[in-house]
Design a protein around this ligand. Structure first.
Ligand SMILES: Cc1ncc(COP(=O)(O)O)c(C=O)c1O
Ligand SMILES: [Zn+2]
Length: 416
């Protein structure tokens, strides 16, 4: 275990625990746990230039800031995971009148979603614990990531997904040999079943907003964005650099809290001088988190989700408290996206930036357009959209945005 890791702190009561004292949530009140490190000692002992000059281009590049690293004998996708491309979208910059729009494209990770980052970290922890079966409740991507990254190892993935999970995501689990249970019910029903199964069968639970190691994997996207931005500067002056704004699609809230944590840790180390503002984008038809944001408290009602954007559809966010804090502490906002806006966003991102994402992911683009219209982002600002998942896993949704091909018999039917 990394000796910079001090332990875990409860997001609800603030209680602190040693690294091996807790497994999932706070034993006192069930609050979500957050890993804490000895940042003061790390700042003294570690040179950020030395970190960014490491030849390894994977999430393990940031070993001192991670709770565990996997053992050396790894299936390759796990050992090389991370370092997804960060590229500009000039057509979006022109259309929206912005200095710089960057896309952090996690649809290019091995299982084609951001969730690989979290699954990798949980697998490393399971290896350290000597547990061979990892279980997860998921809307699809987290499970596909777990299945893909367990492949070729002695680990078994057991998955609980809601009945309406898109076929592309199901295939992405089954093809790697995961055992998949299709739950008659919602994502939150799957969450409850996975939790109970882990208690009864002794499996290790990867579920989002429950296992504190997922956020540790997800924060690596924040590190990478800051490192890649600095690297892209014509004359690189710093090892890491923060943009003005980061926009993230939000369901349970674990991704936004993770990417935020990446930047916050760099700030605590003195490796970036400020935090970006975090704009979280929720589905209007999955309103629990947004309502808490509007009320200004940290309590969540259970409201059945009806959005087609399955990845950000949740009846009650599992990591809502940390998500709200990421937005508030960074001076950001939450914005809602309708299903129609997300489908349109899928098309716009595909046509103007060359990237094909799922509707949940396109929520980030919807947030960008709305934030710009509301005057929340100035023309001279630099924005990063966190892309979270490939459109190829939910073709049924994408077909609603893509239109139809033109059937022909001969060139006589072609009109240039
Ligand atoms: C593509 C995609 N985007 C965004 C999210 C939202 O992440 P979180 O639930 O951590 O807020 C998910 C979660 O499943 C997802 O699959
Ligand atoms: Zn607590």
């Amino acid at each position: 275990m990394n000796d910079y890791l001090i332990g875990f702190r409860c997001a609800s009561c603030g209680a602190r625990y040693a690294p091996d004292q807790v497994t999932y949530t706070c034993p006192r009140d069930g609050g979500n746990l957050d890993a804490i490190y000895d940042y003061a000692r790390m700042a003294r002992e570690l040179d950020p230039w030395q970190v960014v000059h490491r030849p390894d281009r994977s999430i393990w590049h940031y070993a001192e800031l991670l709770p565990v690293c996997p053992d050396a004998h790894l299936p390759t996708p796990l050992s090389t995971l991370g370092w997804s491309p960060l590229y500009r979208a000039p057509a979006l910059e022109r259309a929206l009148g912005l200095r710089a729009v960057w896309l952090k494209d996690d649809s290019r990770l091995p299982s084609a979603s951001f969730k690989d980052r979290a699954s990798a970290m949980v697998i490393a922890r399971a290896q350290a614990l000597g547990i061979k079966t990892i279980c997860v409740a998921s809307t699809g991507n987290a499970a596909a990531a777990l299945a893909a990254l367990c492949a070729g190892s002695d680990l078994q993935a057991v998955i609980f997904v809601p009945e309406h999970t898109p076929e592309g995501k199901l295939v992405g689990m089954l093809i790697h040999g995961a055992r998949v249970y299709l739950v008659h019910g919602s994502y939150n029903d799957a969450v409850a079943l996975a939790k109970e199964a882990c208690r009864v069968f002794g499996w290790y639970n990867r579920s989002t907003g429950f296992n504190p190691y997922t956020r540790e994997g997800k924060k690596t996207a924040g590190f990478e964005i800051a490192e890649q931005l600095a690297q892209a500067d014509r004359q690189r002056a710093v090892p890491f650099r923060a943009p003005d704004v980061v926009i993230v699609p939000v369901g349970d809230g674990n991704i936004i809290s993770g990417v935020y944590k990446g930047f916050d840790e760099l700030r605590m180390l003195g490796w970036v001088d400020r935090l970006p503002r975090f704009i979280g984008v929720t589905a209007a038809l999955s309103p629990s988190l947004y309502r808490a944001w509007q009320r200004g408290d940290e309590t969540f009602e259970t409201i059945p989700s009806r959005t087609i954007a399955g990845g950000i559809g949740t009846d009650r966010p599992c990591d809502g408290v940390m998500a709200l804090r990421a937005v508030r502490n960074s001076g950001g906002v939450l914005i809602e996206a309708s299903d129609e806006e997300m489908l349109d966003g899928v098309r716009v991102l595909a046509e103007s930036a060359g990237v094909f994402v799922e509707p949940s992911c396109a929520a980030a683009y919807v947030g960008l357009v709305k934030a710009r219209q509301m005057g929340l982002i100035a023309p001279d600002e630099e924005v990063v959209l966190q892309l979270t998942g490939s459109g190829f896993k939910d073709l049924r949704a994408a077909l609603r945005a893509a239109g139809q091909p033109i059937p022909i018999r001969s060139l006589a039917d072609v009109h240039p």
